[in-house]
Ligand binder design. Structure first.
Ligand code: DHB
Length: 390
């Protein structure tokens, strides 16, 4: 074996051994929350950290006789760093659960560590379908792009948007969004004029948008990760694409509640499909939004926050159900099949796929109480991840 392989083998053995020890480890229950607190996806980290802390403030920090310790680490939006931090959290801190994961490459890089150490890994943000298949210890509380994109692929052509250009971030979730949107669009008699992919890191949308303008489609379907939507909206409007009759549509990542209210009136009327809106009209959501804003200087929770909040719920309830006994496997078993009312609406964790099943809503940007909101006008109930049924 090469030196590198030997090191890798030793590291895996160490991870496996320490995981077994951690079962017997005292009265603390440790959650290693790895998030992008800096770098391109910092808004995701900020939202999830706030949500996890809110959940703990509302539900206490003692569960099944164990004191919950949240250990937050900043992976700076770099997957190699996520992986190293996960390894340290498992080996040195002996965490009971790994959680967070702001982008798909970070979740995929960490999956082997969850498997080797038998540590449940709760994915609160990343949304490529294949993630849950990367380790049997992964449970997802975010969403999948396939879930959201299918709904838009049904809605657009039925509402006069037949000729569409797609523009996605060139990595896992963007490729899923493109694939599932186009499949449904074509099934419903629509056509794709062109499929454009922009780099995930530091994208410049200008040359792509110019091309879209020349193609004159009925609509432009967009997926960009959380935090990049405002830049797309700004350049779309600056180029007068709305005035040229091109409708902006997409998954709800583009009208992210973290940024929407600052996008200006140009965002009015944009239709997207997603699993969460801060304007979701349920009592549970109103309570969540109010508490979140109160605890965070008025910051509006977005879909990342709700993934973090629900992820904490799944962890707390799994700890309660397994009474703090049995380690990673018992926790994982108690995460599977959880069913509850989330601020997003009804939600459950499919025991077979360990993925989230929830409603997908069609929403239109409107002014409500003086602020821009994604106002829901239709719902597709109990949507499983289409990325797993074939
Ligand atoms: C992913 C990241 C996002 O910010 C988002 O909105 C959707 C998906 C991801 O990397 O999986």
């Amino acid at each position: 074996m090469h030196k590198r392989q030997v090191f890798k083998a030793i590291a895996l053995v160490v991870i496996a051994l320490t995981a077994t020890q951690s079962i017997a480890d005292g009265a603390t229950f440790k959650i290693g929350l790895i998030l992008p607190m800096t770098g391109q996806q910092a808004s995701t980290g900020r939202q999830i950290e706030a949500a996890a802390k809110l959940y703990m403030a509302q539900n206490g920090d003692t569960v099944a006789g164990k004191k919950i310790q949240l250990i937050i680490k900043d992976d700076t939006t770099i997957p190699d760093v996520t992986k190293r931090l996960a390894q340290e959290l498992v080996v040195n801190d002996k965490v009971d659960v790994l959680a967070g994961f702001g982008i798909t490459p970070s979740a995929l890089a960490t999956a082997p560590i969850a498997t080797q150490s038998k540590t449940p890994m709760v994915v609160m943000a990343a949304a490529t379908s294949s993630i849950t298949q990367a380790s049997p210890y992964i449970v997802r509380t975010s969403f999948t792009l396939a879930q959201a994109a299918v709904a838009m692929g049904d809605w657009a052509p039925k509402n006069g948007l037949k000729k569409v250009v797609t523009l996605v971030s060139d990595y896992g979730p963007g490729i899923d969004a493109e694939k599932y949107f186009i499949e449904r669009l074509q099934l419903n008699g629509g056509q794709v004029a062109e499929s454009l992919r922009v780099p995930m890191r530091n994208p410049d949308f200008a040359p792509f948008l110019q091309k879209v303008r020349d193609l004159k489609p009925d609509a432009l379907f967009v997926f960009v990760p959380s935090g990049a939507g405002a830049a797309v909206m700004k350049q779309f409007l600056e180029r007068g694409m709305d005035k040229a009759g091109i409708k902006l549509i997409g998954t709800g990542d583009v009208t992210d509640d973290d940024q929407l209210n600052d996008m200006g009136d140009g965002a009015l009327g944009v239709v997207t499909s997603h699993h969460y809106s801060a304007a979701h009209p349920s009592a549970a959501n109103k309570k969540f939004v109010e508490a979140f804003q109160k605890a965070n200087k008025g910051m509006r929770p977005n879909f990342m926050a709700v993934g973090g909040y629900d992820g904490m719920r799944v962890i707390y309830e799994a700890l309660k159900a397994s009474k703090g006994q049995g380690g990673g496997d018992a926790l994982l078993a108690a995460m599977k099949g959880q069913i509850f009312e989330s601020p997003r609406g009804p939600m459950f964790i499919d025991s077979q796929t360990r993925d989230v099943v929830h409603n997908i809503y069609l929403r239109k940007v409107q002014r409500q109480d003086g602020q821009l909101h994604n106002v829901e006008f239709d719902v597709i109930k109990d949507v499983k991840d289409p990325g797993k049924t074939k």
